[in-house]
Structure formats: structure tokens, C-alpha cells
Ligand binder design. Sequence first.
Ligand code: ADP
Ligand code: MG
Length: 430
Amino acid sequence: MAQILLENVKKIYDGNVVAVHDFNLEIKDKEFVVFVGPSGCGKSTTLRMVAGLEEISEGTVSIDGEIVNDLQPKDRHISMVFQNYALYPHLTVFENIAFPLRLSKEKRLVALSDVEKAKAEKQLSEAKLKLDVSNEKERAKLSAQIEELTEKLEKGKYITGFTSDEIYERVTNAAEILGITDYLARKPRALSGGQRQRVAIGRAMVKDCKVFLMDEPLSNLDAKLRNQMRAEIILLRKRINTTFIYVTHDQTEAMTLGDRIVIMKDGVIMQVGTPSEVFDTPSNLFVAEFIGAPKMNTFKTRLTCEDGKYYVNPFGSKLEVTGEKGLKLAENHVSNKEVILGVRPEHMVLRKEASEDAIKCVVQVNEMMGSELHLHVLTNDGTKLIVRVPTVNLTHEEVRALSNGETIYVSFEGKVMHFFDVETEQSLLK
Ligand code: ADP
Ligand code: MG
């Protein structure tokens, strides 16, 4: 259980580097939030301020309504996984995972086992019997013992740290979930990158925590393993069901993992939204180009309004802004002006022949991706565009006809257009 609130959080490093400007975000209990953005945009700094590893220059971080600015990291009930796994090379996998449990000095109330309970009951009845036949001095001691035993039987018992049974149970449980049971006796150097990362995740999992923080945990893995671990993190999240903040520079990871994504640039939040919100309705040019691969095509064009209908004229064509997008422009009173038009590569379609609503281009590079082609094309004024073409319904001849140097015609519908202000780069559809 943990709700996290960041209010007006700011980080100024020595030498006046403002790494995070006025960060405001409410993370709901059990939500999986991803901070994404290019390197240096302040993701790790923000995460480290939540963890207590970095001092907060201004503003407050609260966990479950309690301001934690001055709490030590260990008192925040947070687990964190880093990009460089930071395992102890001289310890086995088991001991690496057990490490935070062995270190714990937490005082906890635990239930009595049946044997312990029977023993305490026996001690209690003996003490009660003795009480009647003992002298003044002994009686005080016995009363204290009776009180202690009664409390123990009612509540359970207090212990400090974790017992070896508990450690064994938790470590083997985590190893089971992560599929590393067979490696528990090995040292980290005898593991692959992916296995080491699992150990690091296991170590973060074993302690009860309210919040799970991960800073680029998959960045050191090769592409295939990264995809596999990404799927495992989705499963892990279901199993441990706690609040997650996950940091990455990779938009695919952000889109696939996050309930909500926080897109950052230069220490400022650019947009917060669900994956489909940030994909379908990017609030500015930066988000539009950052989310989605290959990235959105963006170019300047003139937006005109004739008889209540909007048109754009990219590269000598004339396309109507139909549907919702046209209505939104009208609602926002956007008048005739130059705009930045954005269209995703997968939203561009090939046309068989020239027409008013098609853009003439020349294929420069044809990348065969298997299920689709990525055509890098040049328009009549030399603007580069990327067009994604599914190959499923194309014949070999048709694919060949899309080779370098060929002239093709592409078009797109009004509903896939995005419009941004030339100066502010903000969306005109908000
Ligand atoms: P990200 O994790 O998004 O790549 P960081 O949070 O690590 O970005 O860094 C944000 C900015 O703060 C960068 O400009 C970085 O150079 C700067 N920075 C990070 N750590 C320190 C530090 N200890 N001292 C000074 N500047 C720092
Ligand atoms: Mg970082």
C-alpha cells in the first residue's frame, strides 16, 4: 500500500545545475508509473529523491500522506534496482538475495508456532501455581513473568531481524518466481547478464516494501534478453502487486510497462498520460516525436480554412482535415496559418497513382523488416519522410516496385494528423 505525491519538487546540484524543475505528480497505490526521456533529463535524480538517496532542494515528497523529505532511505520502505546490478562478487546468489534480510534490524511481531505456544502455556500455568506458594520477592518476579507470557500468547512475539527459516523461505520463493533456483549456490561471476539482473531484482523483492523503484534495470542486456525480461517484469508486477516507479530512456519499455508514462525533457515534465493517451494525443512536438518508432514524420505546412473545412497542402498536395481533428481545430479557433503537421509512418498509405490528395516522393532507402517495409522517401522539396508498409498483402513484384529511385505516391487521412504551433510547438488539438 503506497500512494506517492511529489509536490513542486526541485533539484539543484552544486554549481547551480537545475536537474529537476517543479515536478508535480500523484502516483496511485499499486500504480506502475514510468519516467521516460532522453539521457540527462532528470529521471534518476527524481527517482533518487523519492528513495532518499538525493537531497530534495525544494518541494515535498510524501508517501501515504506522510512527508518523507527528512526520512532516511531505510525508513521509507522502498526497494530499488539499479542498472549496474551491484551484486557482491564474493557472496553466492543465495547470500546476495538474503543480504537485505540479514542486515535488517527491524523489530517485528510474529505469530507463535504450535510448539512455542504450548511451551508458553505450560510456563504460564506453572508460574500461576507457584505464585500461590511463594514469598513476596519471588511473587513480584512471577507476576512480571505471567504478564509477559500472557501478552506473548495474546499477541505473538517480538523478534528483531529475520530468522534463518524466514530467510530461506523468502529467498527460495523469490528465486522460484525469477527462475534462478538452480543458481543459488553460484557466485555472480558465473552468471549471464540476464541472470545477474534477476538476482538484483530478487534482492529488491525479498523485503516487504511499499514502493518498488527501478532505474534502467534492463539497459545492460542485449535486445533479445531485454524483450524477455520486459515480459517478466510485467508478470513480476502482477505477483508483487505494489507501487512501481520505473525509469527508462526507451520508449518501447515505457509504452509496454506503464499504466501511466511521465515524459521528461531537461528536468521538466512534458506530458503525463496512459500509453494510448501519449501516443494518440501528444500534447507537444517533443512527445509526438519521442513516442513511437520509427518516429513521427513532422514538417511545416500551411493550414487553410475554406467554407468551414480545413485543408493542408504538404508538398503540393491538398488534403482535407476530416472528422474529429477538423472539429477540434475549429473549436480552438485555429485560423489560416503555417503549422507543423505530424503523421506517423504507419499512418501513411501508398497510392497506386498521382492524385490531388497524394504526395509524390522518391524512394531513397527500402528497409525490409519482414512483416513490413520501412521506406525512407524524399519529397519534391527534399524533405525526408518514413512510410511503414505492411508486406502481408504485397506480391514480390509490388515489393520490388518500391525499391530505391522509384517514384511513389503516399497519402493519409485527416484522423491521423497532428498539428503543432510553429513557435510554441504545443499541440493545436488540446
Ligand atoms: P537521467 O537519469 O535522466 O539520465 P540524471 O537525473 O542522472 O538524468 O541527471 C540530470 C541532470 O543532472 C544532468 O544534467 C546531470 O548531468 C546532472 N547531474 C546528475 N547528478 C549530478 C551530480 N551529482 N552533480 C551535478 N550534476 C548532476
Ligand atoms: Mg539515469
